[in-house]
Design a protein around this ligand. Structure first.
Ligand code: AMP
Length: 587
């Protein structure tokens, strides 16, 4: 191993091992996250063989956090954030209080002082951004009401941690000098709050105009490379500036950068440009967490490790569940939030490290926090799998809240609408109501063809419902969603989403339910078309080829009546795009 290139070896070994173990995990049907964590344990200092650079791995992981939060900001508007404040603020504060008290209880049982218990409890109370966002993204929940509440909750926790990290050193001084002047705390508190407010004001007043302007300016240069660079520079630059100049966390800075960029119509493109890097760095985050884990602690300190784990996974979840139910949200929402928060991660490590440095927390406390974090991250995908199964079975039989008509009630009620099956049969099922789907649905509506739309974005589905179009909210690859759209009794399925991997899953699922169904899917390349056909599509429409045909058609129209079409080279049918199943007759 060349030791003079620690950055390269950390990235390469981390990514390659994570890929191999992630693929194995996927193959044996467990979450790839487990594979990434295991890769981290293998390159960590507690297992024999190569040891990656922990400091570098942590910094790379921070880039993952920045890009993830930036991506979330891109899908969020200020309105979305404010719409969940009624639950996110009290919910997060109450949950932090409960988890801290539980942690203090355990610390007391272990014979530690109040200050140690306080730091320990706080570290157990704050969830990991990366783990939460990955879980929500996997299920396409970010843009649902539940997702918005979870992200709003996360942001409140994030702010609480920013304050804690700033206040901890003066608290330590206070305890050590045993001076009882609480004014010592007031000054850093006011300064920190002032900085957070100044950062937000700057973003809302200047960033909101400047960031979309930069993006449009760069788009006009016509250089894809410069556009990508501008997106990355804004995400990383704002996050870094927020941290260095305003003492705000990287994550919060990146979230605001994304939210301001969402003001531009180019945000769709910005999101897809930052996606590959985001995924790679998020993987490195899990590797860096795995590196911290000393597996022997589970045997050495079994009882306290178990208690820490239970506080995180059971104590925190029950608290979140109770709080969300208290606010009269649906059980599905409460369960999703509880599962999302039943883990801890990066903030806890930072807090534990600071606690040990300030001699507030014993080293054993940090080890317990690390063990609790790893175990809770490992178990989190399992919790979500149980949740998926449970929600599929019960479809939340509780009555909807009627006496609290808050801004978020209609959407909250809608997203957990029991999955009753549509009454339609012999209908067309359209998956995705974006750039392509909206044209298809307009035509189907004009011609009076019975159809319904499956969409993951609940904002779009509520608009569609208002205009009288039947919809099912959710991922079309989800068997339950497919069943409620009555794919078994449909006349044809149109998969109008751009991602061929996801399209393949939708097609595979539908094909299982209805072997004779004509399925028409959308693709951008021959390879994608082949993939979709392999999974059971009857016809694949290649977007780019259709544009070419339309262009050629336009030339022949202009040069008619001399039949210039003869001069135009014929467009070859690409392999695999010919229909092999019955063609649909939607009109
Ligand atoms: P566009 O990228 O403009 O063609 O839009 C695609 C639309 O499909 C978006 O509105 C997405 O929310 C939606 N979409 C993407 N994947 C799925 C899926 N698996 N199930 C349902 N809707 C989806």
């Amino acid at each position: 191993m060349p030791h003079h290139t620690p950055l390269i070896s950390t990235i390469v070994v981390g990514l390659v091992l994570a890929f191999i173990l992630g693929a194995v995990a996927h193959r044996i049907r467990i979450s790839p996250l487990v594979g990434y964590l295991l890769a981290g344990v293998l390159v960590g200092p507690f297992t024999p063989g190569y040891v990656a650079d922990q400091g570098l791995a942590n910094e790379l992981a921070e880039i993952g956090v920045i890009l993830l939060m930036f991506g979330v900001g891109l899908h969020f508007s200020l309105k979305d954030l404010l719409s969940v404040k009624a639950i996110a603020i009290p919910g997060a504060i109450a949950q932090i209080a409960v988890a801290t008290l539980l942690g203090m209880g355990l610390a007391w049982a272990l014979g530690w002082g109040i200050a140690a218990g306080f730091v320990f409890g706080l570290a157990l109370s704050v969830a990991s951004t990366v783990v939460l966002l990955r879980a929500l993204q996997e299920r396409r929940l970010i843009e649902t009401e539940r997702g918005r509440i979870a992200v709003g909750w996360l942001i409140v926790e994030d702010l609480a941690m920013v304050l804690t990290l700033v206040l901890l050193p003066p608290i330590a001084d206070l305890l050590k000098t045993s001076s009882s002047d609480p004014l010592m705390l007031l000054e850093p508190l006011v300064i920190t709050l002032g900085k957070v407010v100044a950062f937000m004001a700057l973003m809302l007043i200047v960033g909101r105009r400047l960031i979309p302007w930069i993006l449009h300016f760069v788009a006009h240069t016509g250089s894809r490379e410069l556009f990508r660079l501008s997106v990355l520079s804004i995400a990383l630059g704002v996050a870094y500036g927020a941290a260095v100049l305003f003492g705000v966390s990287f994550a919060l800075g990146a979230f605001f950068a994304g939210m301001m960029m969402a003001e531009s119509e180019l945000s769709h493109r910005a999101a897809s440009e930052s996606l590959p890097l985001r995924d790679a760095f998020a993987v490195l985050f899990f590797v860096s967490v795995g590196m911290l884990f000393d597996p022997t602690i589970v045997f050495r300190d079994f009882g306290p490790v178990l208690a820490t784990f239970l506080i995180i996974v059971v104590g925190k979840s029950l608290a979140a569940l109770a709080i969300v139910r208290l606010f009269r949200h649906k059980r599905a929402t409460a369960l999703t939030i509880a599962a999302s928060l039943a883990q801890i991660g990066e903030f806890s490590f930072i807090l534990a490290g600071l606690g040990v440095d300030l001699a507030l927390l014993p080293e054993r406390g940090r080890d317990l926090i690390l063990a609790g974090a790893i175990l809770s991250i490992l178990v989190n995908p399992v919790l979500f799998a149980i949740l998926d199964r449970r929600l599929a079975k019960t479809a939340d039989p509780l009555p909807p809240p009627v006496d609290t008509p808050t801004a978020d009630t209609p959407a909250a009620a809608m997203e957990v609408k029991p999955r009753t099956m549509t009454d339609l049969s012999g209908h067309v099922v359209l998956v995705g109501h974006g750039r392509v789907g909206q044209f298809v649905s307009a035509k189907l509506q004009r011609s009076g063809t019975p159809f319904l739309v499956i969409e993951t974005n609940d904002g779009k589905t509520s608009e569609l419902r208002q205009s009288g179009i039947e919809t099912v909210t959710g991922n079309a690859a989800d068997p339950e969603v497919a069943a409620s759209a009555n794919i078994a009794g449909a006349r044809c399925l149109l998969v109008a989403i751009p991602d061929a991997f996801e399209g393949g899953q939708v097609v595979e699922q539908a094909r299982k339910i209805n072997p004779g169904l004509p399925i028409i899917a959308r693709s951008h390349s021959d390879a994608e078309a082949e993939h979709l056909l392999k999974y059971g599509a009857s016809t694949v429409v290649l977007g780019e080829q259709e544009v070419a045909k339309a262009m050629l058609g336009a030339i022949s129209d202009r040069t008619a009546p001399g039949n210039a079409a003869a001069d135009v080279p014929p467009v070859d049918e690409p392999p695999g795009t010919s229909a092999s199943g019955p063609a649909p007759q939607p009109t």
